[in-house]
Design a protein around this ligand. Sequence first.
Ligand code: ZN
Length: 348
Amino acid sequence: MRAVTLHGPRSIEVSDVPDPSIVEPTDVIVKVALSCICGSDLWPYRGVHEVGSAQRIGHEFVGTVVEVGSAVGSLRPGDFVISPFSWSDGTCPACRDGVTTGCRNGGFWGQPGSDGGQGEFVRVPFADATLVALPEPPPRELWPALLTLSDVMATGHHAAVCAHVAPGGTVGVVGDGAVGLCGILAARRLGAGQVIALSRNPARQAVAQQFGASDVVPERGRDAVAAVRELTGGRGVDHVLECVGTQESLETAIHIARRGGSVGFVGVPHLTDPKPISDLFARSVGLRGGGAWVRTYLPELLSDVMAGSLDPSAVFDLTLPLEEAAEGYRAMDERRAIKVLLELDSSA
Ligand SMILES: [Zn+2]
């Protein structure tokens, strides 16, 4: 089978890799229909994270079950499924609390020892608990929106939940990647009033406005803080969604929050200085975040996509066949694309 593999900094190939097979009786094999490239795939791509040799990569996919282990109860061949970016057993204490990314038997696609989502087939552990199956195969035009539930839409929702977004509240969104843009949809879905998006890229500003941003702030750093305060009568916003993870973005997030406000942070932190912790204390700002509990959120978000009230598919602005994945990584690395869709199997 063919799969995207990472061989070192900025060295992406599409290679022949062994077909997966059922290892545990709770496994299924999924034939991937659509996958995509995530902003977080750029950390290993740029060499910020060490990788193994010919490491498989990617953690977002939808597709069709083609083989089931003997202990799998709820899934059968032919089911169209959405996978969260991590697998989880559904039974451990963390899973019972809904914190599926903290599963003691869980793991993440695209790590050493697991399949990557950017490939023709994936072995899924604890498949009954991990995958969400649709009652019948969805129309092809819905696949991109469904694929966003694998990570970016659910992660934007997690940022909004962690920031305690509530009806009528004012919201600031730091980060104009796919997660930040989905965070705007999530905040609106939860009833937010004013939503201020920080972005200076015209294509991303347009999607931000399409998704419900009421104001766009192109400034960065201190100037962005001043602009957001001016838009909120000097107060700052009630809820901040931090969707980048850098030192500057977290500092901006803390300082655009009103005193006593909340920051939901889902950008994987890459901080160089602990100063933001002192700033949280000084400003009485709450901070909560972590990897999104995608499997917990998936059913409610799926209902809205199927009902037509939630459509995050505009985050995809470039579609390529799997074999051209290297160009997809370059386009995202150079910020020519917000998010790249990889097409594998249009017949599923
Ligand atoms: Zn668990």
